[in-house]
Design a protein around this ligand. Structure first.
Ligand code: SF4
Ligand code: SF4
Length: 294
């Protein structure tokens, strides 16, 4: 693999091609015998190639995220994670067609493939994003992945972070948000189900890395945080826990216990994802106007 060209400024296309090379060369994106005893699942790949977006670490949106009601003051800006931060690279890894299709079937039970994608798939994402970080570091950049940084904290039902007003039992979030990073990097907008809808849909996982090089940010082809959501309500009708309403979107205080319960039923895995599959935004932007713009 060649070096990222830092002599004449950062070469975005080269960074992208190196990220894709890391993705293609890494183990863990395929169901193995260790993950499942079902012969027909062995060899199924979990994620398609990532969509990649770039945001400036100085983007004013990161200040906005510190406001109560957006994320909150516990959100750490790129510069707070990595002094001298120049760029946030965000990635969306869409679940493969096989994973999505499998979870369309039942209205309540998560498919085996979905559960594997959610748990072993997340382990793959973690090794992928740390390999991308290592690659950037080898090329001379200073780079950091908030998800695996020791300062990363999640707020679950008001627990996990203390010392701020405005955290109550309804507060779910963290001091870094992959979806908000993806929004800033032009990858998509939020949906009623609180997932981020990209041009490859909502069914998938996100990750990001902050590094010191300044790369030209991607445009955000949207203005409103829900532009890509048609507000069709299909995710609300699909949710087996009734955690989503047209009026208020997803209520984490209902979804989270449902996921916890799934962990009891399907241990050591957990998951649901019904709001991300068999819905119009599963694999595309459901609003034609925005779909046509891309
Ligand atoms: S299913 Fe419909 S309402 Fe729900 S997030 Fe997708 S587009 Fe929006
Ligand atoms: S993950 Fe499941 S329980 Fe949670 S909002 Fe989506 S469909 Fe509902």
């Amino acid at each position: 693999m060649g070096e990222i060209n830092r002599t004449n400024g950062p070469d975005k296309e080269k960074i992208i091609s190196e990220v894709l090379e890391v993705f293609r060369s890494l183990d863990g994106n395929t169901v193995t015998e260790k993950m499942s005893d079902k012969a027909d699942l062995i060899g199924t790949h979990l994620f398609d190639e990532p969509l990649i977006g770039f945001a400036s670490a100085q983007d004013p949106l990161f200040d906005e995220y510190k406001r109560y009601g957006v994320i909150g003051p516990w959100f750490m800006k790129p510069e707070e994670w990595l002094p001298g931060a120049g760029t946030v690279m965000s990635m969306f890894l869409p679940f493969s067609d096989e994973v999505k299709k499998s979870n369309r079937e039942s209205d309540t039970v998560p498919s085996d493939l979905w559960l594997i994608g959610r748990v072993e798939g997340q382990a793959f994402i973690q090794s992928f994003i740390t390999a991308v970080r290592d690659r950037l570091q080898q090329d001379g950049a200073s780079a950091l992945v908030p998800l695996v940084d020791e300062r990363f904290r999640a707020v679950k039902g008001g627990k996990g972070i203390t010392g701020y007003d405005g955290i109550d039992e309804k507060t779910y979030g963290s001091n870094w948000s992959e979806r908000h990073a993806a929004y800033a990097a032009g990858l998509g907008t939020f949906g009623l189900s609180k997932g981020l809808i990209t041009r490859r849909g909502v069914a998938g996982r996100y990750c990001s890395v902050i590094f010191d090089t300044e790369v030209e940010p991607d445009e955000r082809p949207y203005e409103g945080i829900y532009d890509y959501c048609s507000m069709c309500g299909a995710c609300a009708r699909r949710c087996p826990a009734d955690a989503i309403t047209l009026e208020h979107g997803k209520d984490h205080t209902i979804c989270a216990p449902w996921l916890t319960h799934s962990g009891e039923l399907y241990a050591p895995r957990f998951g649901c994802g019904k709001c991300q599959t068999k819905v119009p935004c599963e694999s595309q932007i459901p609003v034609k106007k925005f779909r046509d713009m891309l």
